[in-house]
Design a protein around this ligand. Structure first.
Ligand code: 3HC
Length: 289
């Protein structure tokens, strides 16, 4: 691929655009608000600067990567893209509107992909310009660091589309696993119930925040404890995914932990809101229980 458009300049979209540009592919970073897209580009510039300081990349490479990223609030430039990746808010009606707008400009041989973590690909494909060219590509946060991309074909996704997206993931230095179009795909289906269980363990007083996280970091060699990771992902996102698992399967093993629901209701969403299982207002995160 030579040119990839990313719609949504949030955490994931920004990380995807950075990774794409660093792999030598031109990136169009689009957001409804151009100021958000420009801010995301500035964040990428800062991140690339840090990599130069750590001597992980050269200043010339950082400059070239940044120069490959153009920002827009307009769909017209996507007419040149080989692939458009939707990484907008996890709300189906918003995504459907985006697919309709992309459909007006998408090239006849271009792929439309969604970075959804929980909405069925087959259902969204039905609302896309061409279900055969629609596919799920699930990235992990932080995108420039995490090696995995899950590729999720919908019922109507063509083999050619799957092959193109897998080749793209390899082109940007990622490893692919192919997952079925079932709630949570592979990784979140396993991860999110574990994070939810950690919230149950906390709520039942079996362990403190610090001990639960220390237990999993040292006992399982996980880079982050489950509560730290839930805060990192966003407690609202965790709750949303566990609710999707619960509602779509009807299996009570996926019922959300009361403390998780309460924290989200309180607006304690993790790192992004300054408080979750940890308090982020000081120089170091402080466990809250
Ligand atoms: N962009 C680019 N690079 C980043 C980065 C970012 N946002 N954040 C960290 N890095 C780089 C750092 O520069 C550093 O590189 P170096 O070691 O070569 O100097 C490296 O990553 C390690 O970072 P730090 O030293 O700052 O911190 P840690 O060693 O504590 O690692 C971490 C941070 C990589 C986030 C690590 O704790 C980790 O892997 N945590 C687990 C993350 C995880 O599980 N993510 C998946 C979440 S699930 C998901 O995304 C799916 C969704 O649908 C819910």
């Amino acid at each position: 691929m030579q040119k990839v458009a990313v719609i949504g300049a949030g955490l994931m979209g920004t990380g995807i655009a950075q990774t794409v540009a660093q792999a030598g592919i031109d990136a169009i970073l689009c957001d409804v608000d151009i100021a958000i897209a420009d801010k995301a580009r500035a964040k990428i510039e800062k991140q690339l600067g840090r990599m130069v300081e750590k001597e992980k990349i050269s200043a010339a490479d950082a400059e070239a990567a940044l120069a490959r990223i153009v920002t827009t609030a307009d769909y017209a430039p996507m007419a040149e893209a080989d692939m458009v990746i939707e990484a907008a808010t996890e709300r189906e009606e918003i995504k459907r509107k985006i697919f309709a707008s992309v459909g007006e400009v998408l090239r006849a041989d271009a792929v439309l992909a969604s970075n959804t973590s929980s909405i069925p690909i087959t259902r969204m494909a039905a609302a896309s310009p061409d279900p055969a060219r629609f596919v799920g590509v699930h990235f992990f946060n932080p995108v420039p660091v995490m090696k995995l991309v899950e590729v999720i074909p919908g019922l109507a996704t063509s083999a050619e589309t799957v092959a193109k997206v897998k080749a793209f993931a390899v082109q940007i230095g990622k490893t692919v696993v192919e997952a079925g179009d079932e709630p949570g795909f592979i990784v979140n289906r396993i991860l999110v119930p574990m994070l939810n269980e950690a919230a149950f363990v906390l709520g039942q007083g079996t362990g403190s925040v610090a001990d639960i996280d220390q237990g999993c970091r040292l006992g399982l060699s996980h880079p982050m404890g489950p509560l730290e990771l839930a805060d990192f992902i966003g407690l609202d996102t965790c709750l949303e995914i566990v609710n999707v698992l619960f509602e779509s399967t009807g299996d009570p093993k996926y019922r959300p932990a009361p403390i998780l629901r309460k924290y989200v209701e309180a607006g304690w969403l993790g790192r992004k809101s300054g408080r979750g299982f940890y308090d982020y207002s000081g120089p170091e995160p402080v466990p809250t229980r």
